[in-house]
Design a protein around this ligand. Structure first.
Ligand SMILES: CC(C)(COP(=O)(O)OP(=O)(O)OC[C@H]1O[C@@H](n2cnc3c(N)ncnc32)[C@H](O)[C@@H]1O)[C@@H](O)C(=O)NCCC(=O)NCCS
Ligand SMILES: Nc1ncnc2c1ncn2[C@@H]1O[C@H](COP(=O)(O)OP(=O)(O)OP(=O)(O)O)[C@@H](O)[C@H]1O
Length: 196
């Protein structure tokens, strides 16, 4: 089986590109979605997170307060490493199950934001990197999330650099331009990936 990974920095457009690939027929396994599922209300994952970070990261309705936890972990490397140590093994296990369950012959693409940081890129023959300049990343991140420039910068700094990601890419999707340009590139990429 061809194992395909898709990565990119925060707010680079991974979800947008993954949705386009899904519309073309790919089976998408999204680590960000799984990382939410494994800490859903009532899960052992959430209990472990609360065990480490306390009730301050719980909302009144028992759901994880993602904004509160984000404020903590993106300002503190040790706290982020602890969160990663709880969440990442649960995400990897679930991703492996979903990969196993994919239909015969499917083109399965795993979206892994921390592909470079975790070394997981070594397990994939094909690595798609969604690429934008840092300024574009910051602009789009601040437009989407209510973050100051410093907070947005801290999130970028918690990740590998643009060059480190490009160094492991087998395919690059430039998402700095308008969505339609990216759509065209993704259609071309899909033809490359599915060429017999
Ligand atoms: C800190 C949390 C609660 C913030 O939640 P929030 O809803 O604001 O963000 P979301 O989960 O949608 O993540 C958005 C993006 O942030 C970046 N990011 C998330 N976690 C991390 C991390 N531990 N290190 C570096 N970047 C990260 C990624 O680019 C990701 O795509 C959440 O990101 C989390 O639980 N992170 C730990 C799990 C993780 O590493 N997830 C990413 C890949 S599995
Ligand atoms: N080509 C584009 N032009 C303008 N805005 C875009 C473009 N692509 C994505 N965006 C916007 O930028 C933001 C980030 O895109 P998206 O959520 O797809 O990125 P992501 O890499 O999945 O983010 P994260 O790392 O936070 O999960 C979104 O608000 C999206 O609507």
């Amino acid at each position: 089986m061809t194992r395909i990974a898709l990565t990119g920095g925060i707010a680079s457009g991974k979800s947008f590109v993954a949705a386009e690939l899904e519309a073309l027929g790919a089976v998408i396994i999204d680590s960000d979605v799984l990382a939410r599922d494994v800490v859903a209300r009532g899960t052992p994952g959430l209990a472990a997170v609360v065990g480490r970070f306390g009730d301050a990261v719980l909302r009144a309705d028992g759901e994880l307060d993602r904004a509160a936890l984000g404020t903590i972990v993106f300002a503190d490397d040790a706290a982020r490493a602890d969160l990663n140590a709880i969440v990442h093994p649960l995400v990897r296990a679930r991703a492996a199950e979903l990969e196993e369950a994919a239909p015969e012959g499917a083109v399965v693409i795993q979206v892994v934001p921390l592909l470079v940081e975790t070394g997981l890129y070594r397990g994939f023959g094909t690595v798609i990197v969604v690429d934008v300049p840092e300024e574009t990343q910051l602009d789009r991140l601040m437009r989407r999330n209510p973050l100051t420039r410093e907070e947005a910068r801290a999130r970028l700094d918690a990740q590998a650099s643009r060059d480190e990601r490009l160094a492991v890419a087998t395919h690059v999707v430039d998402n700095a331009g308008p969505p339609e340009a990216t759509r065209r590139r993704v259609r071309e990429l899909w033809r490359e990936l599915t060429r017999a």
